[in-house]
Design a protein around this ligand. Structure first.
Ligand code: LUZ
Ligand code: MOS
Length: 754
């Protein structure tokens, strides 16, 4: 099974937002944004800009007919600023013109006067000033206060992880067109078509049924289009409502990088206590999350940080507190892993620090404390599987890390200028939206009279291959060829009230809805087949490879013929189905429940080589044992594991958001100054082994979600580099702060020459 879009992508024939065919009267939007991190809008003069030839109109907050509010969880974000601005890039006005260049020129001609106010960009400072997005939350297990006395070793420290730009290949954008009777169709580049529909309805002051949102595909998203695709789509729709003309908006790379939110930077304090025999007895952590100027998804992301504070380990006494801090940055948002990578980085830092103090290899502590079946998480759920230990053992079996360690010691003892390092990175990631209501999906399946099939769901194809999996699910349920199945665009008139394609669960949930809808139709067809063949017994008649079989023996009743007969007999060939992930509940007053359908786990082994003169490094290999359940598309899953790994590696190594010290303007605002991993930077060797796992889970056909968990294998690269650094000089006081750029490594090496 392949990724069915691959051929279109390679030939360049897949259609993205900017390929949308030019429409008559199409207007192009450009946006005036705040140049200041915080300030009062003194005046906006648009007359000169509006007079420019080709400019149709300029929209500001006062032109909004409905509510000027695009908030999701907390209603704290206007579409267009009214009298105050809270971050550089906050939209203030939308210019509509007959071409994009004119629109951008007109933006420059607007006279904007802002009275600047002091701004806060550091979450600890925001916390000290009481600038919180929501009250702090604490997850706990056992009692840390009495546990410290029993510990032989206690380490305390601080760990900071940086933000991350999404760098989806396709920048944010949207096209909206007027339909009759003041209805609007929006072609939106979003992971959440229903959210776009809902917010458009709110801002335009029209019911949701007047807003149709359609998504063909996205050129990448990674969480960056879960919430933050919405404003651009709503602006386009607002432009349509005001002008009755189609409106297109496409951000250029620089605008996109400067204006939109990123992965949340975190700064955290940790305390870890162990016994002399490497058992972790207690862990306390406080996460300060840099939320940015509006809440966006920050509270949900912080919640997932708390869920993953203990990652793949069992710790009997835990106290994890999360604080969502409001700062004057663009609102930070969803990004693959959704707060979990930040949590896992802190615990790995704590373990690393403890291992140094104890004079042992980090993996001794890691292995000793991996979750066993029956161990509890601080949030009350029990880890039932044995996959974490099995993935660890499998990795040992396949790659013999003890021998690798020895070889590295040997290499390091004979090489002066180059030193190798190694790390293990176990991952345990919970699958399901932590907001339980979102764990539902629906599908609409039509079988046409020629036997071809059209499938609509709420899942958005963003390159991750969800449409390939959905095609497979439909083809497999009917037992027909994959060529007979087409996945339609994601459209709010065919799949209503959908959850965003997020939380790694789109294939699970939408796939299950498709399976149910196809089964409904199949059952009608099989009833007809039995009647046709005069067979009474229900399970004697089946469809196999487009052929009706009786007791496994083929008949001449083929799929196409059966479908045609069903139509003539006036039997419905369509079905809509709904799927809700079973068994989920959470009591937020106790912070306990069963928030996840299941966990995805695995372990990565990373080897790196550091150049101690230059601070540069190369990634020798990453070996992963990963649990995909019974994969329905191993090639797609492998692609997700490789992609997630590399994105995670980028986060902890190269990707550095640099801001000017005075205004806190983003300096790394292009792909020339913000470096993401390329094929030359990628590990020389990436080996991925699927862990055999036949146990029941909530996924479709017993497969498991794959999108986010592999991101966190990338954290292993950070600790392999620290290990190599220590091989250069064991005196180096490690600092737990990502990204670990070559520049930072060089400074650490220079600090303490040996
Ligand atoms: N998005 C969301 C997510 O809205 N809720 C979640 O729990 C989640 N988890 C991972 C990624 N995106
Ligand atoms: Mo997400 S981080 O949009 O699954």
């Amino acid at each position: 099974m392949k990724h069915f879009d691959a051929e279109l992508h390679v030939k360049g024939t897949s259609l993205f937002m900017d390929d949308f065919p030019a429409q008559e009267n199409l207007l192009y939007a450009a946006v005036l944004v705040s140049p200041a991190s915080h300030g009062e809008i003194v005046s906006i003069e648009i007359e000169k800009a509006e007079a420019i030839q080709g400019v149709k109109t300029i929209i500001t907050a006062k032109d909004i007919p409905g509510e000027n509010q695009i908030g999701n969880i907390i209603m704290d974000e206007p579409l267009l600023a009214e009298d105050r601005v809270h971050f550089i890039g906050e939209p203030i006005a939308v210019v509509l013109a007959d071409n994009p260049q004119t629109a951008r020129n007109a933006v420059k001609a607007i006279n904007l006067e802002i009275h600047e106010l002091p701004h806060v960009t550091d979450p600890r400072e925001a916390f000290a000033k009481g600038m919180l997005i929501s009250p702090p939350r604490t997850f706990s297990l056992g009692d840390t206060s009495i546990a410290w006395d029993r510990c032989d070793v206690v380490v305390e420290g601080r760990a900071d992880s940086g933000g991350q730009e999404h760098v989806y290949l396709e920048t944010q954008g949207s096209v909206a067109i007027p339909l009759e009777n003041n209805c609007i169709r929006i072609y939106a580049g979003t992971q959440g078509p229903t959210f776009v529909q809902k917010v458009t309805s709110r801002v335009l002051g029209i019911p949701m049924h007047k807003v149709e949102v359609d998504v063909g595909r996205l050129g990448g998203a990674f969480g960056g289009k879960e919430d933050q695709a919405t404003p651009w789509a709503v602006m386009a729709a607002l432009g349509v409502q005001i002008t009755k003309q189609p409106v297109k908006i496409i951000l250029n790379r620089n605008e996109d990088m400067t204006w939109t939110g990123k992965r949340h930077p975190y700064t955290s304090d940790f305390k870890l206590g162990l016994s002399n025999d490497e058992k972790i007895l207690a862990f306390e952590v406080t996460y300060y999350q840099n939320g940015g100027a509006a809440s966006d998804l920050s509270t949900a992301i912080l919640e997932r940080t708390l869920f993953h504070s203990t990652n793949a380990y069992y710790i009997p006494n835990v106290k994890a507190t999360g604080i969502c801090c409001r700062t004057n940055l663009p609102p930070n948002t969803a990004f693959r892993g959704f707060g979990a990578p930040q949590a896992m980085f802190v615990l790995e830092s704590a373990i690393h620090k403890a291992a140094i103090l104890m004079g042992i290899d980090t993996e001794q502590i890691q292995e000793k404390n991996l979750l066993n079946p029956g161990d509890g998480f601080p949030y009350g759920m029990i880890f039932e599987g044995d996959e974490i230990r099995r993935s660890w053992m499998k990795l040992n079996e396949l790659y013999n890390p003890v021998k690798v360690r020895e070889e590295i010691k040997e290499f390091n003892s004979v090489n002066i200028l180059k030193k190798k390092g190694i790390s293990f990175m176990p991952v345990c990631f919970g699958i399901s939206f932590t907001n339980i209501s979102l764990n539902q999906a629906n599908a609409l399946v039509h079988v046409y009279t020629d036997g071809s099939v059209g499938v609509s769901t709420g899942a958005v194809e963003m390159g991750q291959g969800v449409n390939s999996k959905i095609r497979q699910v439909a083809a497999r349920t009917f037992s027909i060829s994959i060529e007979k199945v087409k996945v339609e665009s994601t459209n709010t008139t065919r799949a209503a009230n959908t959850s965003p394609t997020a939380a790694s669960s789109a294939a699970d949930m939408n796939g299950n809805a498709v399976r149910i809808a196809c089964s409904n139709i199949l059952n009608r067809l099989l009833t007809l087949a039995r009647k046709q063949l005069g067979v009474q017994e229900k399970d004697q008649v089946e469809l196999r490879n487009e052929t009706v079989t009786v007791n496994g023996i083929g008949t001449d009743l083929l799929w196409g013929k059966l479908v045609g007969k069903a139509y003539r007999d006036r039997i419905s060939l369509s079905s809509q189905a709904h799927y809700a992930t079973p068994g989920l509940y959470f009591d937020s007053s106790e912070e306990k429940g069963r928030p996840f359908a299941y966990h995805v786990t695995g372990t990565a082994l990373t080897e790196v080589t550091l150049d101690r003169l230059r601070g540069t490094y190369s990634l020798d290999s990453v070996k992963i044992v990963h649990d995909c359940g019974t994969s329905i598309n191993p090639l797609v899953d492998r692609g997700q594991i490789e992609g997630g790994l590399l994105q995670g590696i980028g986060w902890v190594t190269l990707e550095e958001l640099k801001y000017s010290s005075e205004t806190h303007e983003l300096l790394s605002n292009s792909l020339a100054t913000y470096k993401i991993p390329d094929i030359y930077f990628a590990p020389d060797e990436v080996q991925i082994e699927f862990l055999e796992n036949l146990s029941e889970n909530g996924g479709v056909f017993n497969s498991k979600a794959v999108g986010e968990p592999p991101f966190m294998y990338g954290i292993g690269t950070y600790f392999a580099l620290l290990n190599a650094l220590q091989e250069c000089n064991s005196e180096i006081e490690p600092e737990y702060s990502t990204p670990l750029s070559a520049e930072k490594i060089l400074m650490l090496l220079e600090q303490s020459p040996d």
